[in-house]
Design a protein around this ligand. Structure first.
Ligand SMILES: Cc1ncc(COP(=O)(O)O)c(C=O)c1O
Length: 525
C-alpha cells in the first residue's frame, strides 16, 4: 500500500498553480482512524425544474470513441455552455437519452445467413465495454465501490434465479438462491446484534427499497404515526411518505448535516398525541453525516415517547456497513430500541448490480405479511420477483473479505478521505469532512464538463467526492490536480467562492473566511 503521496505542502490561503502540485503529505502522518458518506440531490423542487435539451449532434453509430473522459474537461457540455451553481434557480437535468439511444431494429430476413446483425451487436457491445472501462476510471461522486472481481460467478449467468416471496419459506419456484440469501442475512444480523430467531429480513433491490420497507413496517406498527426525518435525509424517505400518504415532519439539521435534536424535540412535543416513526440517517447522502442514535433516543424520552410509541428505521445505505468498523462511531444495534436497518449492497460491499439488505424484528413482520397460495409462500416484501443473483454476489464477497477485510477497507477509505481533504485544503479550497465519513464536501466546480468527467454529485454550491475502496491515492492526486486546473480556467483572478452556509466558517476558504480555516475544526480532526 502507498504510504507517501504527491501533494502540495499547505500554502494555506492562495490557490496553487498546477505546476506546484508536487509536495508531499505522508499518509502515515494522518490520524490512524481518520473517519468520514453518499450522493444524490435530495428533494427536487419540481416547480423550479427546467429541462435543457441538449443540441446534440452525436449519434449512436458514431465510430469514434465519442466522449472519452479526458475530452470532456474544459469543453462545453453537449455543445451548450451549461453551468450549474447554487445561485441559479434552474436545475439542469442530464442528457436526454432519446438523442443517444441505441434503436432496436427488426432483423433482416437473411440475418441468419449474413450474420450482419450479430456483428453489429458485437461491435456495439465492444464499444460499450470500452466506455464502461473508461467511465469506471473517472468516478468519484457516488458511493459505489467499483473494485471487485466476480469471475467465478460468470457460470451462473445462464440461470434465471429468482427469490420471489419470503426468503425463509421455500416457494414452488425451484431456481432460487435462498440458501445464499439467508446466509447473507445471518451475517448482517450478527453485525447488528440480533439473534437468528428474532430477526426477519430480505435482499432488496436497493437502499431505496430498504427505506420503503422499513418505513412501511413502521406505519403498519403505528398506522396513525407521524414520520420524522431530517431535511438531509435521502429523497426515498420523502417518497415513502408520499406513497403511503403519511404525515411527514422535516427536522432541521446542524451544519454537519446531522439531525438537530433540539428541533426534533420541539417537533415531537408539538405532536405528542401521535406515535412517532423516525428515519435515522447512518450517513446522509450529501454530507455523510451520521445522526446520533443515542441522542435521538434520549430526545424521544425527553419528549415523553416511551418505547411502545415510536419506531426507528435506520437508513444505513452506505455507512450502515462502514460504521460498525469505525472504533469511535456510535453503534447501530438491535440491542437498542430500533425497528429496522437497511443498507445498499452495491455501495460499500461492491456488488455489480444494485441491491440491498433490510433487517427488521420478526415480531413486526407478522403485522405486514400475508400468505399467498400461488407462491406457497408469505408476502412481506415490497417487490414480487427478486434478483436471485444479488445474494450470491453478496455471499461471495462477504465470504472472501470477512469482517476483518471490511475493517481494513473502511480504515483505508477513511484515511484516503482525510488525505483528499488535506490536499484540497492545501490547494486553497473550502472543504469539509465529517468525522465518521468518507464523503469529502467541497466547492462545486464551475465547469460542467469537469463535473461530468468525474461524475460528481452536486447540490447547490457544493459537490462531494465519496472515497470508496477503488479510490486510490493516485486517483485522488489526478483529481486534485485537474480540479485546480479547472478552477483556474474559471477564476483566473484567484477568487474563491464562499460556501460558508454549507460548510461553516472554519471550512470555507473564501477571502472573508480563510483566516478562520485551520484554527478551529469542528467537523474534522
Ligand atoms: C442515505 C441514503 N439513503 C438511501 C439511498 C438510496 O440508495 P439506493 O441508491 O441503493 O436506492 C442513498 C443513495 O445514495 C443514500 O445516500
Amino acid at each position: 500500500m502507498v504510504t507517501s503521496v504527491e501533494v502540495s505542502p499547505a500554502p494555506s490561503t492562495t490557490i496553487l498553480r498546477p505546476a506546484k502540485f508536487t509536495g508531499k503529505v505522508a499518509l502515515s502522518s494522518l490520524p490512524a482512524e481518520s473517519d468520514p458518506v453518499a450522493s444524490l440531490p435530495a428533494d427536487i423542487p419540481l416547480d423550479t425544474l427546467k429541462v435543457i435539451r441538449p443540441s446534440v449532434k452525436e449519434t449512436s453509430s458514431s465510430s469514434s470513441e465519442d466522449d472519452e473522459a479526458d475530452d470532456l474537461v474544459g469543453k462545453e457540455a453537449n455543445g451548450e455552455k451549461v453551468t450549474r451553481n447554487g445561485d441559479s434557480d434552474t436545475l439542469v437535468l442530464g442528457k436526454n437519452f432519446h438523442d443517444l439511444c441505441l434503436t432496436i431494429t427488426e432483423p433482416d430476413f437473411d440475418d441468419d445467413v449474413t450474420g450482419e446483425k450479430d456483428a453489429y451487436m458485437a461491435g456495439v457491445l465492444a464499444r460499450y465495454r470500452k466506455k464502461l472501462v473508461e467511465r469506471t476510471k473517472f468516478h468519484l461522486g457516488y458511493p459505489y465501490n467499483l473494485d471487485f472481481e466476480y469471475g467465478a460467478l460468470t457460470q451462473l449467468q445462464h440461470f434465471s434465479i429468482n427469490n420471489l416471496g419470503d426468503p425463509f419459506i421455500e416457494s414452488n419456484y425451484g431456481v432460487h438462491s435462498r440458501q445464499f440469501e439467508v446466509g447473507v442475512l445471518d451475517w448482517f444480523a450478527r453485525l447488528w446484534d440480533i439473534e437468528k430467531n428474532e430477526y426477519w429480513g430480505y435482499i432488496t433491490n436497493c437502499g431505496t427499497e430498504g427505506n420503503l420497507h422499513g418505513i412501511l413496517v413502521g406505519r403498519e406498527v403505528f398506522p396513525d404515526g407521524v414520520l420524522y426525518a431530517s431535511k438531509d435525509s435521502h429523497y426515498s424517505v420523502f417518497k415513502a411518505a408520499r406513497i403511503y400518504r403519511m404525515d411527514v415532519v422535516k427536522v432541521d439539521t446542524l451544519l454537519s448535516g446531522e439531525i438537530d435534536c433540539k428541533d426534533l424535540k420541539q417537533k415531537l412535543s408539538e405532536r405528542a398525541d401521535k406515535p412517532a416513526i423516525l428515519n435515522v440517517n447512518i450517513g446522509t447522502t450529501v454530507k455523510g453525516a451520521v445522526d446520533d442514535l443515542d441522542l435521538v433516543l434520549e430526545t424521544l424520552s425527553e419528549a415523553g415517547f416511551k418505547e411502545d410509541r415510536f419506531y426507528i428505521h435506520c437508513d444505513g445505505a452506505l455507512f450502515g456497513l462502514m460504521m460498525p468498523f469505525v472504533k469511535k462511531a456510535p453503534k447501530v444495534s438491535f440491542k437498542k430500541p430500533i425497528g429496522s436497518v437497511s443498507v445498499s449492497g452495491h455501495k460499500f460491499v461492491g456488488c455489480p448490480m444494485p441491491c440491498g439488505v433490510q433487517i427488521t424484528r420478526m415480531e413486526h413482520i407478522s403485522v405486514l405479511s400475508k400468505n399467498v397460495e400461488y407462491l406457497a409462500s408469505r408476502d412481506a416484501t415490497i417487490m414480487g420477483s427478486r434478483n436471485g443473483h444479488a445474494p450470491i454476489f453478496l455471499w461471495y464477497t462477504l465470504n472472501r473479505k470477512g469482517y476483518q477485510g471490511f475493517q481494513k477497507e473502511v480504515q483505508r477509505c477513511l484515511r484516503n478521505a482525510h488525505y483528499l481533504k488535506e490536499c484540497l485544503r492545501a490547494a486553497g479550497f473550502g472543504v469539509m469532512l465529517n468525522e465518521l465519513s468518507s464523503t469529502v464536501v467541497f466547492e462545486r466546480p464551475q465547469e460542467e464538463s469537469f463535473v461530468l468527467k468525474w461524475q460528481l454529485a452536486c447540490q447547490g454550491k457544493i459537490a462531494h467526492a465519496v472515497v470508496m475502496p477503488n479510490v486510490t491515492v493516485e486517483k485522488i492526486n489526478k483529481f486534485v490536480k485537474e480540479l485546480i486546473e479547472s478552477r483556474q480556467r474559471c477564476f483566473s483572478d484567484g477568487k474563491v467562492p464562499c460556501i460558508v452556509e454549507e460548510v461553516g466558517p472554519e471550512n470555507c476558504a473564501c477571502e472573508e473566511h480563510r483566516g478562520i480555516q485551520h484554527t478551529d475544526r469542528n467537523n474534522d480532526h
